[in-house]
Design a protein around this ligand. Sequence first.
Ligand code: GDP
Length: 444
Amino acid sequence: MFEGLSERLGSVFDRLKKRGALSESDVSTAMREVRVALLEADVALPVVKSFIDRVRERAIGQEVIKSVTPGQMVVKIVHDELVATLGSDSQAVNLNAVAPVPILMVGLQGGGKTTTTAKLAKRLTERDRKKVLMASLDVTRPAAREQLRTLGEQVGVDTLPIVQGETALTIAKRAMTAGRLQGYDVVMLDTAGRTSIDEGLMAEARAVRDAVNPHEVLLVADALTGQDAVTTATNFDERVGITGIILTRVDGDSRGGAALSMRGVTGKPIKALGVGEKVGDLEDFHPERIAGRILGMGDVVSLVEKAAQTIEADEAEKMAERMMKGTFTLDDMASQLKQLRNLGGLGGVLGMLPGVGKLQKQLAGANIDDGQLKRQEAIISSMTKAERVNPRVMNASRKRRVAAGSGTEVQDINRLLKSHMEMAKMMKKVGKMGGKGMMKGLMG
Ligand code: GDP
């Protein structure tokens, strides 16, 4: 899957990777090629635009880590942004509700809805040890209900007995009642599909939704239809409301446009991938893995990650020396914040220091992001050298000056000073315990 896109990107980066130093025009050329590759892979234009912008911004601002080349650095950035585009948090089908948990399957006819219902039921039965009941609500095509029954027998999952002459809504209610009375954990409702979106289909799906209050509404869409799959998802979301997407026929999809656009356009997570006709051909959706497959440069990505870790270790070592002396100035803190930002996350340097967990939690609790890290750096750089070395001199008028200089509020300055105090206190404690040795010990 995704071979076409993978090949295109591969050749762009093979060239880039080999270069010792990259000029801005190298990066621009590469980005133009990536843009074309993504558009040819049928990725939605706004998604492509925002992707390229993010990569360019990071590539230009990025310091290159010792022992990797700028080209390798760019590969890593593209990898990370691919993961972000796919939706960095991999999400599973959510069963966290009172049993029987209703799951509504929606989508166009031929998209693979019925097959996927059986695949998912099999998975929930075998892997999650759930007792699952499936019911087909497709009263327009008698064959549809037969198809689900046959699939049920094949995967060893019960289906609701077929009663002629019922409406979709009646079947749905009967399924939920059976689910309750017979102790099922999950009831999967396979709604009828039409060859195109029509109001009748949507109204029926809404009526069923209102009657059973599904915990998940999963849209099943054919990856091979590219942007049409994305449009279908948007349509269903607007008119019925969906909680997630399962992309099918990903096994035959060399382009990847639907997979890469879904999250960005619909805001809804992809929860699984159909990768073949057999009932076992369902995969969890892991953005990291997909990005790895598309880029095919796992070696470079892990090389850069390792190099970044080495830098963290170097810096931590230097800090340990300062701790031995019992000093931790605001300059030290600023360099930590900068590192943190470069390394892209709170899990970075701070996490390596004992006792910083609490501060980290505070930072995380304050919902700290890149912008906030930058603001904190701005505050520190608006201080005079003397203030940075001895923050105790910070009185009200100095705070106002620094707030004005850094475009923040006095309360931001107070918060930063408090964080610094806590860190300095802790540094001293660790320093007394014989800092350097301990740091080494901690870092293995
Ligand atoms: P529905 O009309 O949406 O219920 O679609 P079906 O479940 O009947 O599937 C239509 C066709 O697509 C069947 O022949 C399935 O075997 C096939 N199909 C479904 N999912 C996949 C998949 O992930 N990969 C491949 N290659 N075929 C699939």
